[in-house]
Design a protein around this ligand. Structure first.
Ligand SMILES: Cc1cc2nc3c(=O)[nH]c(=O)nc-3n(C[C@H](O)[C@H](O)[C@H](O)COP(=O)(O)O)c2cc1C
Length: 391
């Protein structure tokens, strides 16, 4: 079994191809890298590429409204996986692989709003190749972020396979302590460096990681002699990690590996728009060129809970937001969002937004990304990026 706590969680996922001279199936997950569940920036191709190169990808469930669309999209993944057994609908070994080598990432508060049907369908393996003659395989892991995941743990224990791994992304030491008490398998510590959404009150990884390690060890020691002893979950660090030296740094602070979002956005397999990828590659000084804001959530009306904001590349909207905040708060005296003030001749916020989307105008639209963006200078394949990061 692997000494790396994260890799050990997935040691049961083996490829049917036998490694030379060992007589053993090769492990699917041999690099401690998780590709983040990035809405609109990850999808079947990136998920398959990360799995094929030994990482653990998270398929982004995102702001779903139609479960059947997600299931249909998931069904396109198995044929892309480099393991002939996984592509068959009647495997030679009926006891063969029980899981697909990826996870599904839920935005928890959104799942609350839509109901658990999609999660239940996924746990039943409905994202596998349709009409398989042997049983349908669920994903190996379920990821929760942004909200109270606890009601879903019982549901997974009741309806999922016992080996289904639970990954929870948290932003504070207290949330990590709670997750340890819930016996989750993997805790992702998300620092302020992260791209995309996170907590408004959030710590840098350099402090969050060692303080959390210390707190988890202490909670485990206190519970050791109780009737409910606690285990040390595998810890992953998320936020601004684009290079192998950073991966080594978070490992020296107590993480088993890293969750990487931004670094995968510029890979060939990411479905993000080329215009936005070009802008990512041109951005330097990542901590300065990006900013945490709620302005885009206000404009998109996704009703993100107040506790969260998100990191984006600075653009006209964030500059204007800062100016408006200084002058009259997020809204002007007539109650109009600052976005509307950008171009005086436009009809209104919604029309502005639709026009910007049609034109892919990233002076106005958000490009969510982390502080590690400044180190990304070239678009490469996901496999090359992972080799640079973890070899
Ligand atoms: C474009 C983008 C979209 C994201 N979407 C999600 C999401 O849907 N669910 C989620 O849990 N995290 C999401 N995240 C945050 C990631 O889980 C992770 O914390 C972050 O990407 C790590 O920081 P990095 O981007 O600097 O590598 C997103 C991040 C980015 C950059």
């Amino acid at each position: 079994m692997s000494k790396n706590a994260f890799l050990a969680k997935f040691a049961h996922l083996t490829r049917s191809t036998v490694a030379k001279g060992t007589g053993q199936g090769r492990a699917w997950v041999h690099r401690p890298i998780v590709s983040a569940p990035m809405n609109a920036w990850s999808g079947p191709k990136l998920v398959a590429a990360v799995a094929n190169h030994g990482g653990m990808p998270m398929y982004p469930i995102g702001y779903f409204t139609d479960p059947s669309k997600i299931l249909a999209d998931l069904q396109t993944i198995p044929p892309l996986l480099e393991d002939s057994e996984l592509q068959k609908d009647d495997p030679e070994d009926p006891a063969g692989t029980k899981f697909l080598p990826y996870g599904v990432g839920f935005i928890t508060f959104w799942l609350d709003r839509q109901g658990p049907e999609l999660l239940l369908s996924i746990l039943k393996g409905q994202g596998d190749i349709p009409n398989r003659r042997s049983f349908a395989r669920p994903p190996a892991a379920v990821w929760f972020s942004f909200g109270d995941y606890r009601p879903y743990l019982q549901l997974i224990r009741d309806h999922g396979a016992p080996e289904t791994r639970i990954i929870v992304q948290v932003q504070t030491v207290q949330e990590a302590l709670d997750a340890q008490r819930e016996n989750v398998d993997v805790i992702v510590l998300q620092g302020t460096e992260s791209g995309g959404h996170g907590a408004q009150r959030i710590s840098p990884l350099m402090s969050l990681l060692p303080e959390t390690v210390q707190a988890l060890q202490s909670q485990m020691a206190s519970a050791a002699s109780s009737s409910t002893p606690l285990a040390m979950p595998a810890l992953l660090a998320a936020g601004g990690i684009s290079k192998n030296t950073q991966l080594a740094a978070v490992q020296s602070l107590g993480a088993s590996g890293a969750v990487v979002g931004t670094g995968f956005m510029v890979t060939h397999e990411s479905p993000g728009p080329q215009k936005a990828k070009d802008r990512l590659l041109q951005t330097q000084d990542g901590g300065v060129s990006t900013v945490r804001t709620r302005v885009f959530d206000e404009l998109r009306s996704f009703e993100w809970p107040q506790a969260y904001d998100g990191r984006v590349i600075r653009n006209l909207v964030t500059e204007r937001e800062e100016q408006d905040l200084r002058e009259h708060g997020l809204y002007n005296p007539q109650g109009e969002a600052s976005f509307k003030l950008l171009r005086e001749d436009r009809a209104g916020t919604k029309a502005d937004w639709d026009k910007a989307t049609r034109e892919q105008d990233f002076d106005l639209l958000p490009i969510w990304c982390g502080t590690g963006v400044g180190m990304l200078k070239k678009s490469v394949s996901a496999g090359e990026f992972m080799a640079q990061l973890a070899d």
